[in-house]
Each structure stands twice: as C-alpha cells, then as structure tokens.
Ligand binder design. Structure first.
Ligand SMILES: *Cc1c(COP(=O)(O)O)cnc(C)c1O
Length: 365
C-alpha cells in the first residue's frame, strides 16, 4: 500500500453525530430539536428562501470564482476595502487556507484548549505544531497565549466568543494583546458568534485591520444568518495576506447559491436583530434557571451554553433525546464532563429545562 503523509498518521476523521433522521427512527419521535450544532433555531431569512426559489435556473453554470458581488456588499457593510476579503466554503475553509499558506513543517500555532478544533487539525495536517494553553474559567488566557509565542510561531488563534464555552475576552485585554503580539505572527480572531454578543465589553476587531497588518478576522453565514447548509464564510485581512490565501484557494470554492443567499441574508439585518434579541432573552433566562437549579454554566455571549456536569451523564443525554432534544456532550481541561447546548426556541428551551430540573434533584449537577 502507498503510505499517506506522516502527518495524517493517527489522525481521526471528524465523527459526525448520528443523523436526526436516524435518531427520530430509533427513539420513535416525530420531531427533534437539534441543540447540538449552534445552528439558528429560527431558520434563515424568508427573503433568502424566496430568492433561492427564483434562482434555480442556472445550476449548470460555474459560480463566479471571485464572489465579487458579495465582496462588494461586505466591503460596504464593514466599511473596508474589497482587497481585504477572502470568501470561503464556510469560515472553516478560511482556517484551512491560513494553515496551507503559512504553516511550514515544524512551525507553531498557538491556541486555547478547549477551542474550535479545526485550528489544531489544519495546523497538524500541514506538519505544524499546535501549542495549546488551557482556558481559565472557560475564558481565553491571553497572557498565557502570548507567553507561548516564539520565533517558530506563525499564528495565534483567539475564538471570541469561544466555542465551546461561549465566553468572551474583554475589549481592553484583546486590544492590548493585538498590540503586543509581534507583527510577524498572524493574530486570527474568529468571530463566528459576534452577532449574538450583547456585552458592551466586546471588541469587534474588523475596525482594526487597517491598523494591524497581521490581524485576520473570521466571520460566517452559518450561525446567526442560518445558512450553515450552504457553506459560506469569510475572512478580513491585510491585502497581502488575502493575496497569499487566494493562491491556495480552489477556483470555485464558493457555490453559486451560497453566494446569492449570503448577499440576500446580509441585506436582511432585521432577521439578524430578531435572532440576536430572541437568543439573548433565552440565554439570560436559561442561564439563571440553570444556576437556580444548582448547575454552573459559563457566562455566555453566544447562542449556546456550556454546562459542567458531575459525571458522564449518559442518562441525562438519553432523557433529553427521548424528549426530542439533542445536545452535545464534551469535556474541556479541568472539566471532564460537560454539555454544550445550543439555545433553541422558547418551547424547546422549556422542555430542555424540565429535564435538567429533574436531574438536578437527582444530584447530577
Ligand atoms: C461554526 C464555527 C465556525 C465555522 O463554521 P462554517 O460553517 O465553516 O463557517 C468557525 N468558527 C467557530 C468557532 C465556529 O463555531
């Protein structure tokens, strides 16, 4: 047998959770609320659905290859020049392009543990080393990250709000961090959940890319815009960095419908505001109800809560599933058992809470 690159040895392909269709069959349910993948429970803008119905006539043509119309709209939306945008097949792809363009074998990338796993995976695939720094109380330890930067470091990732904990770093801390990191190191700030943040102590870093040529900001249409299925996200960065990413990007990386949908979705900021407001209300309510019941969720600025648990709580997971709720069980350093639950509709959240209450009296807190 031909041997693959040694970087792939021992790597495990992403394991998707069981499909909702299969789970429905297995648990004999007519409906499951998928509160496991941080998707928007309100769907997507109706304007997007209407637009898609009218634009199915040209599926046999290739997409633009440059996404130039979407880039123009985003440039206007963020008040940035067009050369600063790279559109990806989800922001996942932009992460891959960054690793592809910048990581040589044995180069280092610094990131939190736990955070979005694709940073580490893409760095390892290129033969780089992932240097991880534990979260402190679920929050990025920016000083810790800074201390791990060496002459080998090519990039440092800050996921803000952080997936899976939902926490943010404060405005001033992040600003100091961006100022302090050497210009030879890319600072990649992943703002996949930025639109959900309500804290006044949050820094949206897009406004800083003029000032910091090593700053890269990632955004996505998968979360609040509700377009996860169409795979579209983007990065904002210095034009020189964008130029490198475009060298390693596939020509037709973004599909036609995804690009069209993103343009329409961007125009419907009312949908974004509605989703953000409903999410914030539910987040506040669930957070306090869970606290009251004896759980200790991390304070979240995203569309999910991370709840530490006493044990592996398979029974809890099963009980939720039997009631039509799918969550994600996971651990973070120092917390061997935990659950990440995406905030759902008010009705789904109520059902979720009822099960959580019944387990809190059984001491699974
Ligand atoms: C969901 C998510 C993304 C990207 O998702 P795409 O669907 O690839 O755009 C990126 N970063 C974080 C932290 C996420 O949670």
């Amino acid at each position: 047998m031909n041997s693959p690159r040694k970087q792939l040895e021992g790597m495990i392909p992403f394991q998707p959770s069981e499909s909702v269709e299969d789970l429905k069959k297995r648990y004999q349910l007519s409906h499951i609320d998928k509160m496991s993948d941080n998707e928007n429970p309100y769907g997507t803008s109706l304007k997007v659905l209407d637009m898609l119905k009218d634009n199915l006539g040209f599926l046999s043509s290739y997409p633009s290859g440059t996404s130039s119309k979407l880039v123009s709209m985003l440039a206007e939306f963020h008040q940035q020049s067009k050369e600063r945008f790279v559109i990806g097949n989800g922001s996942d792809e932009v992460i891959r392009l960054l690793a592809r363009a910048y990581i040589n074998p044995d180069d280092e990338a610094v990131m939190a543990d736990a955070t979005f796993p694709r940073y580490q995976t893409n760095v390892l695939i290129e033969g780089g080393k992932a240097i991880t720094v534990s979260l402190k109380d679920g929050v990025h330890d920016l000083d810790g990250l800074k201390n791990e930067i060496t002459a080998q470091t090519k990039m440092v990732f800050v996921c803000n709000p952080n997936n899976p904990t939902g926490t943010i770093v404060t405005k001033q801390e992040l600003l100091n961090f961006i100022q302090d990191v050497s210009k030879d190191v890319l600072v990649v700030v992943d703002e996949a959940y930025a639109e959900y943040v309500t804290s006044i102590n949050y820094l949206e870093t897009a406004t800083l890319i003029d000032q910091y040529p090593n700053l890269v900001v990632l955004r996505t249409f998968s979360k609040i815009y509700g377009l996860a299925g169409l795979r579209i996200g983007y990065g904002m960065m210095h034009p020189d960095v964008a130029k490198e990413l475009n060298k390693v990007r596939d020509v037709f990386n973004v599909n036609q419908l995804g690009e069209l949908a993103a343009m329409t979705a961007l125009e419907d900021q009312d949908f974004v505001k509605m989703s953000s407001k409903a999410n914030a209300e539910q987040r506040e309510y669930l957070y306090h109800q869970l606290k009251h019941a004896g759980f200790s969720p991390f304070p979240s600025e995203a569309n999910f809560l991370f709840i530490p648990l006493k044990d592996s709580s398979l029974e809890l997971f099963e009980a939720l599933l039997k009631n039509g709720i799918l969550v994600k069980m996971m651990s973070v350093p120092g917390i061997p058992y935990g659950m990440r639950v995406t905030l759902g509709t008010e009705e789904a959240n109520q059902r979720f809470l009822q099960i959580m209450y019944s387990f809190s009296t059984e001491g699974v807190v």
